[in-house]
Design a binder for this molecule. Structure first.
Ligand code: PEP
Ligand code: MG
Length: 761
């Protein structure tokens, strides 16, 4: 059963559009369950009716013609109860509603299961048989399992299909197509989509109109010839060592590349208007789908060969297009399957107005960096058909995480109004630059910044930052192709230390792993956030750690404003070992004649184990800093990078707040400084709570710094403590969030809450 299930899901998942998805589903289920009928009904939300969308066994002319009100028929009951109904004879069920022209009167046995995606019933899958009998338990289990797996594919195909219709100029209702994701970085952007594809990854290649068909064909033929040459040369090098059967495989490859085989199909697609890379993706994925569905295991394996050939041709095509200058639209919105920190530099900064990522979540590092650059961003828009959006106009709402494709003038106007309001608030906050963060009752809290990108430093200075609380040193490591040398590191660290001197600069030692990969030091793990990350990697590689620490220390010579911070610490022995290595680096430098001062050393509290040892750590080092982004994910067991559980990622969860409270109290018992550098400090409500808890420093992204200063200057410590007292006895994260929003309004700080959006009403 498992292999049948897998095969159906695999085949359906590669179908190009909703109609083919549904046609495949009904035909494969009917065959696999050996029933006379399989049909699928999908909800038409506008009409609130379940429409027969595909059938195998009923009258095909009824497809698209018959429908049931959402409360009508047994289909309606399945949908309303959101559970399967298995009947020996459907015609005697009180809810039975005969659908004319379907010819279903001949069938008695009925099994209907709901198709549910993200808690929403999308439709109902039905199988029927002539005889009067109940479908047995294994049949019911099979259909339920299949429906659960197919729901996401159906939802995705439905949304993709709606985009294809955007080209229909007459269809006013096709405008403003909305896709929901997770808010990544606040703000509004209106612009044109630029799809970022990954090198040699066919799946991420977008469709694009070919500018010059003849040139596209020429590029394709050159790429094809280059691949043929590669294959022939590999074949000749290996010819002595291969059997005749194995040698024949190379001939198969070359035959596939014949002018009248794959190549002809791809050229035909280019002639229809797609660019070479898009045409290649279309044809290769169709063939892969066909081969993967074959019964014969030898033929099934050929899918891998075709994929491999596709990748090889793509590499040559990409090489060719890299040499051509890219023209970006003036207001570019970069859309990627998986937005990475390295991609943020792809589009020139003056043209980049927004970012969209199909995967990832609001606390992925790409989103954190986007916030520090002030670029509106949406993450985890899992259903967006990104390959088909190149060049399309979109409105991006980074407050709610919504994208509108093909926006109407009315919608654009509404968002432009909001854009203007937001700009007015930003202008108002600019005047705060030289004022300190001091509450009306005289409590002063230093506001520092988090940096990582080169531009962060100047932005931070412009906004009046009093120090750097977190320099994510791994970010510059990520946009290179090998580890930087000690000298290179010294230069970049010195630039930050000098720009901020005499203000403190907290440099975190390399925190790679999790969602931060180095292209030249790949870490491939099942569960990277619980794997080899941060201090675990650097303690295993003292050569990397020592070079970095030496570079930090040498860069600080004469400035003496360096602080070193250790990420992802879990145990006392990790702190001991890291401190020992830092001291060894210092001793070496002193021996070499450098006049370097021992910097303050700090530990980040990011994992629950560290929370309970914080007092012990505080005794061993000079300061503590809380990484609430990771602490939230580890306390709540919610992957910060996974859009599916983004709703559960709640920094205001009572458990997180209790941990934060505890950390301050324990650290202060040792009279050590405790700061926070997670994103929670960059939220005005969060900043007030943290100030009331007693955090000594808040480190936030440069972009949000003025907002936090405005909040601190607008609320007395007395009122912030009252707010904290209320929050401490609350049980629900969402209610706490609401209370904070209300509180900001009642403190007269409504500019700091998110503006109300057109769809809020
Ligand atoms: C954190 O985890 O809160 C933190 C500041 O570190 P990062 O976001 O880089 O993991
Ligand atoms: Mg962290």
């Amino acid at each position: 059963m498992l292999s049948v299930l897998r095969k159906i899901v695999q085949e359906v998942s590669t179908a190009p559009d909703l109609a083919s998805v549904l046609a495949l589903i009904v035909s494969r289920i009917q065959r696999a369950m050996d029933t006379q009928v399989c049909s699928v009904f999908l909800l038409d939300e506008v009409q609130d009716r379940y429409v027969l969308m595909a059938t195998q066994g009923l009258n095909p002319e009824a497809v698209g013609q018959v429908s049931l009100a959402s409360t009508e028929g047994i289909v309606g009951v399945v949908a309303q109860r959101a559970e399967p109904i298995n009947l020996e004879d459907a015609s005697i069920h009180p809810a039975f509603h005969y659908l004319q022209i379907t010819g279903e009167e001949r069938f008695h046995a009925f099994l209907g299961v709901p198709i549910i995606h993200h808690r929403k019933v999308l439709g109902v899958l039905v199988v029927q048989q002539h005889e009067k009998r109940r479908f047995d338990e294994s049949e019911e289990a099979f259909l339920v399992t299949l429906s659960a797996q197919l729901a996401g594919i159906i939802a995705h195909a439905g949304l993709s299909g709606s985009v294809a219709k955007f080209d229909d100029k007459s269809g006013g209702s096709l405008q403003d197509r909305r896709f929901d994701g997770v808010a990544g970085s606040p703000g509004i952007a209106i612009g044109q989509v630029v799809v970022a594809s990954l090198p040699a990854d066919l799946d991420t290649v977008p469709d694009k109109a070919a500018k010059d068909i003849a040139r596209e064909i020429e590029h394709f033929q050159q790429a094809l010839e280059a691949v043929r040459v590669d294959i022939r040369s590999v074949a000749s090098v290996l010819s002595q060592r291969l059997s005749s059967d194995e040698r024949a495989l190379f001939d198969v490859y070359l035959r596939m590349l014949d002018d009248n085989a794959l190549a002809a199909e791809i050229i035909a697609r280019i002639n229809e208007g797609n660019w070479a890379q898009g045409a290649l993706r279309e044809v290769i994925s169709e063939h892969v789908r066909e081969f993967s569905a074959m019964e014969d295991s030898y033929l099934r394996e050929r899918a891998t060969d075709i994929k491999d050939l596709g990748r090889r041709i793509l590499s040559y095509l990409q090489e060719e297009s890299e040499s051509e200058p890219v023209e970006y639209p003036d207001k570019a919105i970069l859309l990627a399957d998986e937005l990475t920190p390295a991609m943020l530099g792809m589009v020139p900064e003056d043209k980049l107005v927004g970012l969209i990522s199909v995967s990832g979540s609001g606390n992925s590092h790409a989103a954190i960096l986007a916030r520090s650059m002030g670029i509106p961003t949406i993450m985890g828009v899992v259903d967006i058909p990104y390959r088909r959006l190149e060049g399309r106009e979109v409105v991006l709402d980074g407050y709610t995480g919504r994208v509108y494709v093909n926006p109407s003038d009315k919608l654009k106007y509404a968002f432009l109004q909001i854009l203007n309001e937001v700009q007015a608030v930003t202008d108002e906050l600019e005047g705060l630059r030289d004022l300190s963060a001091i509450t009306p009752d005289g409590y002063r809290i230093p506001l520092w910044v988090n940096t990582g990108l080169a531009a962060d430093v100047s932005r931070a200075l412009e906004r009046g930052a009093e120090g750097i609380g977190l320099y994510r040193t791994e970010i510059p490591f990520m946009i290179r192709d090998c580890f930087p040398s000690e000298q290179e590191q010294i230069e970049s660290y010195r630039a930050q230390l000098e720009a901020f001197a005499p203000r403190p600069v907290t440099m975190r030692t390399l925190d790679i792993g999790g969602d931060k990969a180095l292209p030249y030091f790949p870490i491939s793990e099942e569960n990277p956030f619980l794997g080899w990350r941060g201090i675990r990697v650097t303690l295993d590689h003292p050569e990397i750690f020592m070079v970095q620490v030496r570079a930090m220390l040498r860069a600080s010579e004469g400035l003496d404003n360096l602080r070193i911070m250790l990420p992802m610490v879990t145990s006392v022995n990790e702190v001991e070992e890291a401190v020992r290595q830092i001291d060894r680096a210092l001793a070496e430098l002193w021996e070499e004649g450098f006049a370097v001062k021992r910097p303050p050393i700090g530990v980040m509290i990011e994992v629950p184990a560290a929370v309970y040892q914080v007092r012990r750590f505080a005794r061993m080092v000079d300061f503590i800093s809380v990484g609430s982004n990771d602490l939230t994910q580890y306390l709540l067991a919610v992957d910060r990078n996974n859009p599916r559980v983004a709703d559960l990622y709640a920094p205001y969860h009572p458990a997180v707040l209790k941990a934060l409270d505890f950390i301050v109290q324990e650290t202060h018992k040792e009279r050590k400084q405790v700061s926070i550098c997670g994103e929670m400090a960059a939220d005005p409500g969060g900043a007030l709570l943290l100030m009331a808890m007693g955090y000594d420093v808040l480190s936030v992204n440069a972009n949000n710094l003025p907002r936090i200063k405005f909040a601190v200057r607008g609320v007395s410590m007395f009122r912030a403590r009252q707010l904290l007292t209320k929050v401490r006895v609350m049980d629900d994260a969402e209610e706490i969030h609401q209370l904070l929003r209300q509180a900001l309004k009642s403190f007269g700080l409504s500019q700091l809450t998110r503006p109300s959006m057109p769809e809020d009403e």
